[in-house]
Design a protein around this ligand. Structure first.
Ligand SMILES: Cc1cc2nc3c(=O)[nH]c(=O)nc-3n(C[C@H](O)[C@H](O)[C@H](O)COP(=O)(O)OP(=O)(O)OC[C@H]3O[C@@H](n4cnc5c(N)ncnc54)[C@H](O)[C@@H]3O)c2cc1C
Length: 522
């Protein structure tokens, strides 16, 4: 993973000159005054971990599995939000952990948490490092040091129960590794977020992630049937049955807990057969309003395709533009929807026919499979483009929310207005990509010219957007989580009693408060 950007450095992209020119003309983008810092130029805090804690960690995990060299610390600093990347590009490594430990088993994690509790050392569970909400940058003050707990050695497929269609997997598996292992049994999770190449199963559960095929396969938290969790107080094993009436479901307390309540060391997940047919196609709607109504109809009327995604007018225009065609007439007016089907051949054919009838009735125009295939081919490319845009002097960031269908128009307008007011002349695009019978999520992408303080510039815009989300009745996150970035808005969303309940759980499960301090708990 590129330490100050996204993904495989060999897949880095360059912006065509035409695009740079247009960014300058339309958004006023100018090259940043300073080039990005190199790896050797990143400023790190002096390592603060007490000697006896370092020795204790080495005794538990093995000397080779405790590292404190600069590069390892830098690679475990913060996540991959745009402010995270901007800070790294500016050489700011102030949130680096003092050391990184790589445990090899659940028992080692339990022992590490005991040791760190005893010495008041903060512990940050670290999966793929793709958090976009400040979930990997804990508060340091009041702690003897900060340790990142890299879970990459917990990477086994433990067991498959083909009768129940459940697989037990370890949390450090990245999504493609998990898919490869499951494919050996003809199975899939069907979880394909845009961070698919790097994010881990533990991170998905700890953040209630949602993938691009959520309409068909469900959110990640829908797939979790059981969890093993290491806490400073010992082990929690949750989930004896798919559903239970034995009191509140404690799995739900751990899902979305962002490493603040414990470390997920094993997951039992619902799996599905690998599909034999996959088709993606495009549909056109006259407007975002018309397309939204069509998606709602589908979500309320029966079985859904695996992928359902509707871009607003701006995202449609930008998404379909190609550098070679800039200046030509827009490729399409209205809004583009991508609809994808996965399953057995007959099943897909049947659902496709019924969906096409419904979309046509709702004013949709079939565009063939080309737009869907193009989307599928490029669906993991956007984060690479973000790096190129940051280097060119544009800030590009995303944010997301959700609400009930009746509130969607107001939420959409509120967030767009807040971002536009805060940033002056930004480009604000939006799509719907996760739908339910009762509502949907809105996912915004924003592009603007960087000021001399791009981190402060985005912080102000994000604050305004968050306030607008709460004011308009949306949730502060549909799938990115809370981290540190969303704490004030999350506090407003759950109220003081809600915050007290979270604090009470935290105090009981993690009395020394070492797990990801400052994250999640208002
Ligand atoms: C370019 C990009 C695209 C993205 N697209 C999507 C998307 O489509 N859908 C989506 O849902 N999200 C998306 N995200 C957000 C992110 O990928 C998800 O939140 C993901 O679930 C994080 O997984 P991770 O393994 O990288 O976790 P990390 O970033 O390593 O950790 C995230 C949080 O979870 C905690 N944690 C990690 N592992 C464990 C564990 N085993 N036990 C307890 N706590 C743990 C960490 O302490 C931290 O608080 C995207 C992010 C980026 C940068």
């Amino acid at each position: 993973m590129n330490w100050s950007g996204w993904g495989d450095p060999d897949k880095a992209v360059e912006l065509p000159d035409e695009v740079r020119r247009l960014l300058g003309e339309v958004l006023g983008v100018r090259e940043p005054a300073r080039p990005a810092a190199g790896l050797g130029e990143v400023r790190l805090p002096d390592p603060a971990l007490p000697e006896r804690v370092r020795d204790g960690l080495a005794a538990i995990a093995g000397d080779a599995h405790v590292r404190a060299d600069d590069e390892t610390r830098i690679r475990h600093t913060r996540g991959k939000s745009t402010p995270d990347l901007l800070r790294m590009r500016a050489g700011d490594g102030s949130d680096a952990p003092d050391a990184v430990v790589y445990p090899g088993s659940h028992d080692e994690v339990v022992e590490i948490l005991r040791l760190c509790s005893e010495h008041r050392v903060a512990v940050v569970p670290f999966g793929g490092g793709t958090s976009v909400v400040g979930g990997l940058a804990p508060v340091r003050e009041g702690y003897a040091g900060v340790v990142a707990l890299d879970l990459s050695r917990l990477n086994r497929l433990v067991e498959v129960d083909p009768v129940s269609m459940v697989a037990e997997l370890e949390p450090g598996l990245r999504a493609p590794q998990a898919e490869d292992l499951l494919a050996g049994y003809g199975l899939t999770l069907g979880h394909f977020p845009q961070s698919y190449e790097y994010a881990t199963l533990g991170g998905f559960a700890a953040n209630r992630s949602s993938g691009q095929a959520s309409a068909g396969y469900g959110r990640f938290d829908d797939m979790v049937v059981g969890l093993t969790v290491a806490t400073p107080r010992g082990t929690l094993r949750l989930g004896r049955a798919p559903r239970s009436a034995a009191g509140p479901d404690l799995r739900q307390v751990i899902l979305g807990s962002e490493g603040a309540f414990g470390v997920i060391t094993s997951l039992r997940l619902r799996v599905r057969p690998v599909p034999t047919a996959r088709i993606q196609e495009g549909w056109r709607f006259e407007s975002f309003t018309a397309g939204t109504a069509a998606l709602r109809r589908l979500a309320q009327d029966g079985r859904l395709p695996a992928i359902l995604r509707l871009s607003d007018e701006t995202e449609t225009l930008i998404g379909l533009a190609r550098p070679t065609e800039i200046g030509a007439a827009p490729a399409m007016s209205g809004c583009l929807a991508i609809v994808g089907y996965e399953g057995g051949q007959d099943d897909v054919a049947d659902l496709r026919k019924r969906t096409a009838e419904a979309l046509t009735r709702m004013g949709g125009e079939y565009l063939g499979t080309e737009p869907g295939e193009r989307w599928a081919e490029e669906r993991f490319a956007a984060p690479y483009l973000r790096d190129a845009l940051l280097a060119a002097g544009a800030t590009v960031e995303t944010l997301e929310t959700a609400c009930f269908w009746s509130g969607i128009p107001r939420l959409y307008e509120a967030v767009r207005s807040a971002l536009t007011a805060a940033l002056g002349k930004p480009l604000v695009m939006c799509h719907i990509s996760h739908v339910y019978a009762t509502g949907a999520s809105l996912y915004f992408t924003v592009a603007t010219a960087q000021t001399a303080d791009p981190v402060g510039q985005w912080a102000a815009a994000k604050r305004a957007a968050n306030e607008a989300i709460i004011e308009a009745g949306g949730t502060i996150s549909h799938h990115h989580g809370v981290g540190r970035d969303h704490l004030p808005a999350y506090a407003a969303e759950i109220g003081e009693l809600g915050a007290e309940i979270l604090r009470a759980i935290k105090e009981r499960i993690d009395p020394a408060g070492i797990l990801n301090p400052g994250v999640l708990i208002p």
